[in-house]
Ligand binder design. Sequence first.
Ligand code: PXP
Length: 254
Amino acid sequence: MSDALIEPLGRLRLGVNIDHVATVRNARGSAYPDPVRAAKLAEEAGADGITAHLREDRRHISDTDIERLIETLSLPLNFEMAATDEMQAIALRHKPHAVCIVPEKREERTTEGGLEVAREENKLAHFIAPLRDAGCRVSIFIAADPAQIEAAARIGAAVIELHTGAYCDFHAEGKFDERDAELARLRDMSAYAHSLGLEVHAGHGLTYDTVQPVAAFPEVMELNIGHFLIGEAIFRGLTPAIAEMRRLMDEARI
Ligand code: PXP
């Protein structure tokens, strides 16, 4: 798609992922630092949404965190979860603004790949239908792969979130040819998903060094960023860390 055909798509939203505030809390089994307090600060710092991943093993965010976020947040909550009956029941009880379906393996350190939508199309179509009926915007976390995008459109997802982890890893490892090839795939697949009527989000592993090329894709409407921001908050504080990310995103969008 040529740039001339892309309409201006407006301000890029920033979803701040607060999982790793809970990681630090859980390292000592204490009540602090409180991810809900971090979510409120993120709101004041200019976040457009809060993202939290309730993992099957509850390694960071807990069920109580989700309840408290739903009760106290004025920002929309993007609830990341695996496609399991347990998580579906929790999402249907709380009805968050958005539900992002992610693959989840117990042994992985973080969400390593995108969801295999094409392989599990029928199962996922049935899985997301009640969430959609409950008013949640359903997003599917996938790699920049046309087969996955087409399957996400067929099952009736409103949104896809493109996994930027490989792009960020190549950058960190100094593999710049591979990084640029992955970036080109992300750019092409953002345009392709948009042409199929899907709203496009992106995230995973983004830092101050890697955010701008992705933020510049006109079809991308939202970035979800967590681990780097929580780490950076140790050095500059959460509000300045988020404000700098916001500034870089806005600069890339001009
Ligand atoms: N988007 C999705 C779907 C994720 O699973 C995660 C990690 O929980 C993120 C974004 C944020 O990734 P990071 O913490 O590396 O910024």
